[in-house]
Design a protein around this ligand. Structure first.
Ligand SMILES: [Zn+2]
Length: 178
């Protein structure tokens, strides 16, 4: 059922967009365009919940952060926000034609809140990634080589009250075995 929905909304959106090319002023088609766009964005964001966890506790206060996965997730967020922005454009056109439609106003509210939520989450993630080298430094405590926080799996551990140390995941694991 879920799969059928995922595959149907993009093709439904195509059909509506073709219809709009022929009848640019059709309010019904504009609403459908916004609605299908929203449904696509919605099913994409529920797929994200099945994404592997980008942050995993490893016990003893150590945290593993998957940098590559975090970057991928940010990319997905951007895709969804783009689709939502397109849906919002149709809604704005509709509001110009029909400013008092409660249905359209309510739908615009949905789209806005979803967009804001995703925007906030990706801002938080980006801030975390860009702040990390300032807090934990750019080098692995194990091998002393540099760490790429947006592509590698990194383990963080508190070394003292104010210090955070960073490890490559493999370096941390081989240290734990010894
Ligand atoms: Zn290392």
């Amino acid at each position: 059922m879920q799969e059928a929905q995922n595959s149907n909304f993009p093709s439904a959106l195509d059909i509506v967009e073709n219809g709009l090319n022929a009848h640019p002023a059709s309010e019904g088609l504009m609403f459908l365009k916004a609605y299908f766009g929203y449904k696509i964005a919605d099913s994409m964001s529920s797929e994200l919940s099945s994404f592997p966890k980008v942050i995993q506790p490893l016990g003893n206060g150590a945290l593993m952060v998957d940098g590559a996965m975090t970057s991928q997730l940010l990319g997905k967020f951007q895709e969804i926000v783009k689709i939502l922005s397109e849906a919002e454009e149709s809604i704005n056109e509709l509001l110009q034609v029909n400013p008092s439609s409660q249905e359209v106003v309510a739908f615009k509210g949905y789209i806005d809140s979803k967009k804001n939520q995703l925007g906030q989450e990706s801002e938080n993630m980006k801030a975390t990634i860009s702040n990390t080298p300032n807090i934990a430094g750019g080098f692995c405590v194990g091998c002393r080589k540099s760490i790429s926080y947006d592509t590698q799996k990194v383990v963080f551990r508190k070394s003292s009250a104010s210090q955070l140390e960073a490890w490559h995941l493999p370096c941390f694991q081989s240290k734990a075995k010894n």
